[in-house]
Design a protein around this ligand. Structure first.
Ligand code: B12
Ligand code: SF4
Length: 444
């Protein structure tokens, strides 16, 4: 008999009844456990669900034994999220977020106690920031919730729950458990197509055709998060003295940054969610009186006098001037900057501005060499963007040839492109004037 066979822990484990680990669960059993843990709604889908093919490798990288996603929904308080006093909305986002993380943790512990491995990736932060500016989140809760039939993606690109509407935060538990049944198909789209989210967003991030201007939302709403914070630090570093810093960063922004660090970062808007009337439990006031709904919910936010952050030359900056002249536009540096040549091409769709790209068409070939070698084709066509790997589409209007590292230095303004061209290290073939037009579509 080996020493292990006589170890007290080994003996205790062997005396236990056979673990339930290989027994699958029903969705009804899961519901009972999740409601007991405090969730407002729950469902589950297999890691093999076809809509979650992109999520599966990320889930397995976090938990190799995972077989299913459990999707959790937790309601937020509409009056808090809608308040023009945004500290109240932020308090609610953070409070519900913490509650949801606790519920996911309790559910994961309960499943573990029943013999199923389970883990609870955070509903938001902390994330894998070492991957930034790549994907930092472990699970896309929106995708999981939609595949699990807990709601549909609204025009504002958030999941709308059929009953609770947009006033929900989402969480996911990964588990080795498998489920006997599949959730029933959600029969309808809860979005009522009112387009109030389009009208309310201060930076015009929600496009009426379903497009989402990522950088507009990120540069304003996330001003005190992630790279918005890094901008703040750079202002500190670049300031000549105390006076210069005070001119660059007003005192209210400095104390707001302190507040974000001390109490959880403040979102600047989330108006797309705030004004959304969808969801059976929420829809009443909108149905009773549209005019009343506009007065009570939408106008207090759209008429709010506040600072709106946007990059010079961006569609967002133009939107603020045109739609919200009473708001204070503050021009800031883009908070997304590429760290390498591959990231540069990945980030292009996130940074693209339709305004400066309207009314002209051009194809660009990039032949970047060296340790950051990338070949890519970028086509701008009257307000649209297409980025492809490799050099395609025949003769380009402009061909850019240089080392990948040098290109990133040019993009991040560490090198002067004119001097690099004169030195023969940056080769431009074709219409050179197009380079300026190209840069205007990705303002920083
Ligand atoms: C990245 C992210 C963002 C990004 C991108 C938003 C987006 N539309 O995806 C930004 C910073 C802009 C953002 C803003 C907000 N978010 Co957010 N966010 C996330 C996160 C971490 C992942 C989103 C995701 O699944 N993307 C993948 C696919 C499905 O999204 P997509 O819309 O098809 O594609 C976009 C992104 O992939 C993005 N993208 C692509 N590559 C990269 C690379 C980087 C570095 C980044 C940052 C983004 C990015 O660009 C695409 C086009 O816009 C989740 C938390 C999580 N772990 O799931 C919360 C989450 C989606 N956010 C949420 C909320 C509430 C918000 C805000 C309201 C924040 C606030 N309180 O003000 C706003 C709403 C903006 C909006 N209208 O979408 C909730 C949504 C709840 C719901 N009912 O659906 C989530 C689920 C958090 C949670 N646990 O509840 N968010
Ligand atoms: S505000 Fe209106 S259009 Fe936008 S997501 Fe909600 S219901 Fe749909």
């Amino acid at each position: 008999m080996s020493k292990l066979d006589t170890h007290p822990s080994v003996l205790a484990v062997r005396q236990r009844p056979a673990a339930a680990a290989h027994r699958s669960l029903s969705l009804a059993e899961l519901r009972a456990l999740a409601l007991e843990a405090g969730a407002d709604d729950v469902s589950a889908v297999s890691l093999d669900h076809p809509e979650l093919a992109e999520e599966k490798p990320h889930a397995l990288a976090a938990m190799p034994s995972a077989r299913s996603f459990i999707a959790l929904v937790q309601r937020t308080l509409p009056s808090d999220i809608r308040s023009p006093k945004r500290s109240v909305a932020n308090h609610e986002f953070h409070g519900t977020g913490r509650e949801l993380d606790e519920i996911a943790r309790r559910l994961a512990q309960e499943l573990t106690a029943r013999g199923h491995a389970a883990m609870n990736p955070p509903m938001a932060f902390p994330m894998e920031m070492s991957e930034f500016p790549g994907r930092t989140w472990i699970v896309s809760h929106k995708r999981v919730a939609v595949a699990a039939q807990l709601g549909r993606m609204g025009l504002h690109r958030n999941v709308i729950h059929p009953r609770l509407g947009s006033f929900v935060l989402l969480g996911t538990v990964l588990t080795s458990a498998e489920f006997e049944d599949e959730p029933p198909q959600l029969a309808f789209d809860p979005c009522v197509d009112c387009r109030l989210c389009v009208a309310a967003c201060p930076v015009g991030a929600i496009e009426p055709d379903g497009g989402f201007r990522f950088s507009a939302c990120y540069d304003h709403n996330y001003r005190e998060f992630m790279s918005g914070f890094s901008d703040f630090v750079e202002q500190v570093v670049e300031s000549d003295d105390k006076q210069d810093f005070r001119e660059r960063v007003p005192l209210n922004e400095t104390v707001s940054t302190w507040q974000s660090l001390a109490y959880g970062p403040n979102y600047k808007a989330a108006y797309c969610i705030a004004v959304c009337p969808a969801g059976e439990d929420v829809l009443g006031p909108f149905l009773s009186s549209r005019a009343g709904f506009l007065d009570d919910v939408v106008r207090p936010l759209t008429e709010r006098v506040e600072t709106v952050y946007a990059v010079r030359g961006s569609d967002a900056a133009a939107h603020v001037v045109k739609r919200f002249p009473h708001k204070r536009l503050r021009l800031v540096q883009s908070s997304l900057r590429p760290t390498d040549a591959r990231a540069f091409f990945r980030a292009l769709p996130l940074l693209f501005q339709r305004g400066p790209a309207r009314g002209w068409t051009a194809t660009f070939h990039f032949e970047l060499t060296g340790e950051q070698a990338v070949r890519a084709t970028v086509r701008i066509d009257d307000g649209t963007l297409q980025v492809d790997e490799g050099v395609l589409n025949g003769v380009p209007d402009l061909r850019v040839e240089t080392e990948g590292t040098l290109w990133i230095d040019v993009v991040n303004r560490r090198r002067n492109p004119v001097l690099a061209t004169l030195a023969g290290r940056l080769k431009l073939r074709g219409d050179r004037g197009l380079l300026e037009r190209f840069s205007a579509c990705f303002p920083r």
